[in-house]
Design a protein. Structure first.
Length: 426
């Protein structure tokens, strides 16, 4: 389980169309990006917890006793430039990974050049890998605007930046080339020696809201639709575990209905039973795998006012049957992402909420309110993933949190690694 990647899953709350000048590509260089505890956080012990000052909002945040802030470690900050805010991460081992997010101008306006950073010590220090000409946005656009909002590395050399355009590197990120894609790439996942992509069915436009599964080969030069691939909702979740590939998707037509789970067979797709999760118009399910047949699932009620009822399920037969667990944590927070280290240890990321952890397969849950009572810099967590049975990384929900959270003991204790403040998007 050394490959993990993901970007924040966004609830359909307030997307807007934007346009931006696309820059031409040129050379590539490396600069240092510092991941530190930032001196302005002024840690102050309060009983078994720690109170810090959020450098973005200026508000006090109380961390639980099992959450710490990484010690400062300066590695040559970039002169005259604020750092990026990590939006998407990809790790290929327990030490080597990349993070992609908005650069300084994109932090302020929501669109602009993106920043790619890499680490070889599991997030303690980072090096900025310049990617001139590759823009970032989370807002989406039906205009002829090329951007990438996700990163996926298959190994230490082969990687992709994806969105309305698709870029590939074969040397670990030093050089990038734009490759032709059938449409906007929603997600890329790899496993079993294969690379899969969930790609929009209507080109660069985001209007049609449907996608199909493709396989990427020949270092990104060959992109072919998977045989008998059906049409999925744009909110479908692509999941690859070992040699198994799954897609969890809500109905492709308007209205409510059960989420369906598809598994890729050698001869094409074979539909399983409907899942226990009901689609309600917004993201109301998240899935994870701990083996080729072992699946974790969390279903949610229609979200509203920052609350959502969440129930856990597990399957040991690739989703054909499900065992119901217990209600997950409290009502606060929306489902965003689920990760499973094994049949027992899962992590649920919540937008407008916390990180929730179970060590008994969804029967009982503990709440890690890392974001604090004021909602924190990122107002919750948009992605969480395991790199192995003990190590995991979590990414803030909104583009307001210039930090990542790491654990190396099976999600029992966490460390927040802060980047120099990049400011907030109002």
């Amino acid at each position: 389980m050394t490959e993990v990647s993901g970007r924040r899953r966004w609830l359909k709350l307030a997307a807007s169309s934007v346009s931006v000048l696309v820059l031409s590509a040129c050379g590539s260089t490396n600069q240092s990006v510092t991941a530190t505890s930032t001196p302005q956080q002024k840690g102050e012990s309060v009983g078994s917890a720690t109170t810090v000052v959020n450098p973005t909002t200026g508000k006090s945040v109380t961390l639980p006793k099992n959450v710490s802030v990484a010690s400062a470690s300066t590695v040559g900050s970039i002169t005259g430039e604020t750092t990026f805010i990590p939006h998407s991460v990809s790790f290929v081992s327990s030490s080597v990974g990349w993070a992609w997010g908005p650069g300084p101008s994109a932090v302020k306006s929501g669109v602009g050049p993106g920043v790619l950073s890499s680490t070889d010590n599991y997030g303690k220090t980072w090096s900025k890998v310049t990617t001139p000409g590759i823009d970032f946005t989370t807002q989406g656009s039906d205009n002829n605007f090329e951007y990438a909002n996700g990163v996926r590395f298959v190994n230490a050399h082969l990687g992709f930046l994806f969105g309305s355009a698709l870029y590939v590197t074969t040397d670990g990120g030093s050089a990038w080339a734009k490759v032709s894609s059938p449409g906007t790439v929603y997600d890329i996942e790899a496993g079993g020696g294969k690379v899969y992509a969930l790609i929009n069915n209507c080109g660069i436009s985001v209007s049609c809201g449907t996608a199909s599964l493709y396989q990427i080969s020949n270092n990104g030069l060959l992109i072919q639709r998977v045989s008998s691939s059906p049409v999925f909702s744009w909110q479908a979740q692509l999941l690859v575990s070992g040699s198994s590939a799954f897609i969890l998707t809500p109905p492709t037509t308007a209205g409510s209905g059960p989420y369906k789970l598809w598994k890729l067979q050698a001869s094409g797709f074979s539909k399983t039973f409907d899942t226990p999760c009901e689609f309600s118009g917004s993201l109301s399910a998240a899935i994870a795998a701990w083996s080729d047949v072992g699946l974790a699932l969390v279903c949610g009620s229609p979200p509203g006012a920052g609350e959502q009822i969440k129930t856990a399920y597990s399957s040991s037969d690739a989703g054909k049957t499900w065992s119901k667990g217990k209600l997950v944590g409290n009502l606060s927070g929306y489902i965003t992402s689920l990760a499973a280290a094994n049949a027992n240890t899962w992590i649920l990321g919540e937008g407008r909420g916390d990180l929730l952890v179970t060590h008994d397969g969804g029967q009982t849950w503990s709440d890690l309110p890392i974001t604090g009572s004021d909602g924190g810099p990122g107002q919750g967590w948009g992605f969480v993933g395991f790199t192995n049975a003990h190590e995991a990384v979590a990414v803030p929900w909104t583009v307001n949190g210039s930090y990542l959270a790491f654990t190396n003991d099976g999600a029992r204790n966490w460390t927040i690694v802060n980047f120099p403040s990049g400011g907030a998007i109002d």
